[in-house]
Each structure stands twice: as structure tokens, then as C-alpha cells.
Ligand binder design. Structure first.
Ligand SMILES: NC(=O)c1ccc[n+]([C@@H]2O[C@H](COP(=O)([O-])OP(=O)(O)OC[C@H]3O[C@@H](n4cnc5c(N)ncnc54)[C@H](O)[C@@H]3O)[C@@H](O)[C@H]2O)c1
Length: 307
């Protein structure tokens, strides 16, 4: 299969790219390197350093004619979306529309969209949230992902584009950027390994559903193999507080440093966990990594790297 992966130099997209290469697929990566790294693009992939909003993207689709488009390129920070909602929407709404329109025009059989479950439902009355939970995002980022999902649905109904939105919980693991604003596990792990103090936004009792990147990659492969359609939560259903994550990472890194507490961040939800029964039924997907094992693997990876 020929797969075009946008954002394939990023944390999740590059590992989805690795998995497709390992399965024998032909992989094309489009990434602006806004936050991704060239070294993460697998050696066997063809790489286009390009913004998804660039007019040149048409030429890439015309030349490569992908059967599957895996759309992972995004402005992925909730805080950045609060600061600049128009820019967030430009990348995450208009960018997704461009990618999906070209996928449809050039005959892609399937599109997989990296959506969010963590920022889509706001503060649901019942947790874990399933896909029937009202979509009431609390950030421009969540709103943009919800809007992009609606366009995929529209293109499916009007033009026959077969699309699947994977609504990720809080993904963590190797290659996550420890210097960005999103990705508390990477940020804490790097700081603790470097002997620096880490900052917890708010009291740290906010809970998140932490899902290991290997499980997210497997969800992508299953969705591709089954040419899944619709929206699926990809999470564990288990909530873990940011304080608990800090304590585990401090133990794993041997750090005794106390965290600093800063103000809570605008746009962040207080509690979210995702029910992934629909993914279990339709994709045969269930998370496999325990939080302890996933965090240990992540710390081991960051410990081998200098930055
Ligand atoms: N990490 C999470 O917990 C999480 C949760 C839910 C959804 N997601 C989604 O998963 C996807 C991947 O996120 P990630 O955590 O790997 O982040 P990331 O920042 O590592 O990856 C995003 C990639 O997209 C590229 N990119 C950004 N803007 C671009 C543009 N305009 N044109 C082309 N490339 C561009 C970046 O260079 C980067 O390689 C994103 O769509 C994100 O919204 C991530």
C-alpha cells in the first residue's frame, strides 16, 4: 500500500511511518518540520519538507497518488491555540480541509485523521467519555479538531471519501518533544533527568488518560487494515493525575526534586478519560501497555538522549 503521512517527522506520525515501513508499505512523508525532526523520518520513506497549506501539496498528491492518507500534521498545543486561535484554525481546520480535498481528488481510498479525545468533549458529566458524549471543547484546538472532523464527514457524504478519526487521549512515549508546551510526560522526564525543576500547572490533581504511543501506532495500523470509518476514542479509560505522573517519573529517574506549581492554564480541562469500547469492537484495538511499563520505556529512551 502507498501511504502519505502528513506530520510524519513528529512524535506520533514518525512512529506510524516506521510501522507502515515495517509492514512493507511504501511511505511518503510531508512535514514542514515546524516541530518535527528530519531524523525521525524513516530512511525508507520519501520526504517532502512542505507545509500542508502550501500550493505545492497538489503536486505531491499528483505524483504520489497515495491509497491511504494518514493526517497527523497539526498545531498540537492547546495553549498555543488559546493564544492564537486563528493560526490554530488555519493549520488544523483549513490545513485538514486541503489535505482531505486533495485525498478525495486524487483517489485516495482511505484517510485517517489524528483527532483528539482529550480536548473534544470538554468536561463531560460522565466519565469515561464515549463517542456519544456531547462535543463541547474548551479550547480553540479542540474546536478546530471537531470542525475538521465535520468536514471529513461532509466529504464522506458528498464525495465518498472514506475517513476515520482517531480521537487520541494524552499520548506519551519516546520522541515526544520535551521542550514544547504539550506532553507533560516528556517535559517532566527531561527536566528530572537533567536535574531541573519541573512546573506543574495548577494543583496537579487534574486527571488525564495517558496512552502509550505504541498502542496509538497499533490503532493506526488496525484502522488502516480494516479501512475503518467514523470516529473512535483511543484511550485507556483510566485517569491519572499529573501529580501521580510526576511522582512515578521522579521514582523512575531517581530524582528527589520537588515540583514547582504554576497557575492553571487556559483551555486545559480538569478531568478527562476516554471509553474505547467502539475501537475494541470495530478495530479489535485495546491498549496493551501498562502506565508503569510505558513510563519506564519513555524514561529509558530520554535517558539515552542528551536533549
Ligand atoms: N500528543 C498527543 O497527546 C495528541 C493527542 C491528541 C491528538 N494529537 C494529534 O496527533 C497529531 C500528532 O501530534 P504529535 O503529538 O505527534 O505532535 P508533533 O508536533 O510531534 O507532530 C506534528 C507534526 O506536524 C508537523 N507540522 C506542524 N504544522 C505543519 C504544517 N502546517 N504543515 C506540515 N507539517 C506540519 C510538525 O513539524 C510535526 O512533525 C496531531 O494532529 C495532534 O493534534 C496528539
Amino acid at each position: 500500500m502507498r501511504v502519505l503521512i502528513t506530520g510524519g517527522a513528529g512524535f506520533i506520525g514518525s512512529q506510524v511511518a516506521d510501522a507502515h515501513i515495517a509492514r512493507g508499505d511504501e511511505v511518503v512523508v510531508v512535514d514542514s518540520l515546524a516541530s518535527g525532526r528530519r531524523e525521525y523520518v524513516p530512511a525508507g520513506a520519501r520526504f517532502y519538507e512542505m507545509d500542508i497549506r502550501d500550493v505545492g501539496l497538489r503536486e505531491v498528491f499528483a505524483r504520489e497518488r497515495p491509497q491511504l492518507v494518514s493526517h497527523h500534521a497539526a498545531q498540537a498545543s492547546v495553549s498555543a491555540s488559546v493564544r492564537d486561535p486563528a493560526w490554530d484554525a488555519d493549520v488544523n481546520v483549513l490545513g485538514t480541509i486541503r489535505v482531505a480535498a486533495l485525498a478525495a481528488e486524487y483517489g485516495a481510498e482511505h484517510l485517517i485523521f489524528a483527532s483528539t479525545g482529550g480536548a473534544l468533549y470538554g468536561e463531560p458529566a460522565r466519565l469515561p467519555a464515549d463517542e456519544s458524549t456531547p462535543i463541547l471543547p474548551l479550547s480553540p484546538y479542540g474546536c478546530a479538531k471537531a470542525c475538521a472532523e465535520r468536514y471529513l464527514d461532509l466529504f464522506g457524504r458528498l464525495g465518498g471519501l472514506r475517513a476515520c478519526s482517531l480521537r487520541y487521549a494524552n499520548v506519551y512515549g519516546p520522541r515526544q518533544d520535551p521542550h514544547g508546551e504539550a506532553g507533560v510526560v516528556a517535559i517532566f522526564a527531561r527536566a528530572l533527568l537533567d536535574g531541573r525543576q519541573a512546573t506543574i500547572h495548577g494543583d496537579g490533581e487534574q486527571t488525564r488518560d495517558f496512552v502509550f504511543v505504541d498502542d496509538v501506532v497499533r490503532a493506526n495500523l488496525l484502522a488502516a487494515e480494516r479501512r475503518a470509518q467514523g470516529a473512535f476514542n483511543i484511550g485507556t479509560g483510566v485517569g491519572t493525575s499529573v501529580n501521580a505522573i510526576y511522582r512515578t517519573l521522579a521514582r523512575l529517574t531517581g530524582s528527589t526534586a520537588a515540583p514547582r506549581h504554576g497557575p492553571p492554564r487556559a483551555g486545559d480541562v480538569r478531568h478527562i478519560t476516554l471509553a474505547a469500547d467502539a475501537a475494541a469492537a470495530a478495530l479489535g484495538w485495546r491498549p496493551a501497555a501498562s502506565l508503569d511499563d510505558g513510563l519506564a520505556a519513555t524514561v529509558a529512551w530520554f535517558a539515552r538522549r542528551q536533549r
